[in-house]
Design a protein. Structure first.
Length: 266
């Protein structure tokens, strides 16, 4: 593959920031391909196409993973540093590209390309942030836990699967934050969703949940590599990253139902 030869895994290990450029390029390719061929379903198809392009990289990154090890938490994180940096910079690159696309695309085209994402955001904008109740916390927590376990399972059976979860969340974040800047380019025609609170209020829980999903993906990768190597124990790394993912989604749910209202009441 051309891009695989242009940016090698060795180059990504040396400069993890290059993963941002790679992610942006794959998102752009996935968007253009899906919008031209599957326009009405582009909001979902572009996720599959862009995630699929990462498959060769994901296989190579997983091959470098050590499923077991000893030592404290610091050593555990050091062992999986490449994996963590790869996911982090990929998510940032994807989010920035989706943000740019949603901002600069003509409103009609953008609404088609991000139809699924907008349908996810709009009910939340009107309901989640204006009705604080325990039921909402339970709903958010249950949804995020499902995502965490799905990321682990997909990483186990389908190596690029967890990346699809991150890709989908990146597209939602790009559309959400892009909704605040698109009117600056297209005026009133650029309004896509009702912004009841400043998008900056959504950053805290987004960061926490993203970290949880990355940890879940790493846990799945560790489990996959461990099961593929006969005679090796899985070690504590899987439990550590899996446990941290669960703790973070609980914290993220608390933040999501509290922090945005501080901005509303301000």
């Amino acid at each position: 593959m051309f891009l695989e030869n242009t940016i090698s895994l060795k180059a990504l290990k040396k400069s993890p920031q290059k993963a941002m450029l790679l992610a942006a390029a794959f998102v752009l390719i996935g968007f253009l391909t899906s919008y031209i061929v599957f326009r009405r379903e582009a909001s979902v198809v572009m996720l599959f196409f862009s995630s699929l392009l990462f498959l060769p990289y994901m296989i190579k990154v997983l091959q470098k993973e050590q499923p077991t090890g000893s030592g404290g938490i610091r050593r555990v994180f050091r062992r999986h540093k490449v994996f963590m940096e790869f996911y982090l910079f990929v998510f940032i690159g994807m989010t920035l590209e989706y943000f740019l696309l949603f901002t600069v695309l003509p409103p009609e085209a953008g609404n088609i390309a991000f139809r699924n994402q907008l349908n996810t955001i709009i009910p939340g904008a009107a309901g989640n942030f204006l009705n604080v109740q325990m039921g909402l916390f339970s709903q958010i927590l249950a949804n995020n836990l499902i995502i965490v376990f799905t990321a682990i399972i997909l990483s186990l059976f389908y190596e690029v699967g967890a990346l699809f979860i991150l890709n989908y969340n990146a597209s939602i974040a790009g559309a959400l934050y892009g909704s605040a800047t698109r009117p600056l380019v297209w005026g009133l025609d650029g309004l896509a969703i009702p912004l009841y609170i400043p998008p900056i209020a959504l950053v805290p829980h987004t960061v926490i949940e993203l970290t949880a999903y990355i940890f879940a993906a790493i846990a799945g990768g560790i489990l996959a590599r461990g099961l593929s190597r006969a005679g090796q124990k899985l070690g504590t790394d899987f439990l550590l990253f899996g446990g941290l993912a669960i703790i973070l989604v609980i914290v993220g749910a608390v933040v999501e139902v509290t922090v945005p209202f501080m901005f509303v009441g301000a």
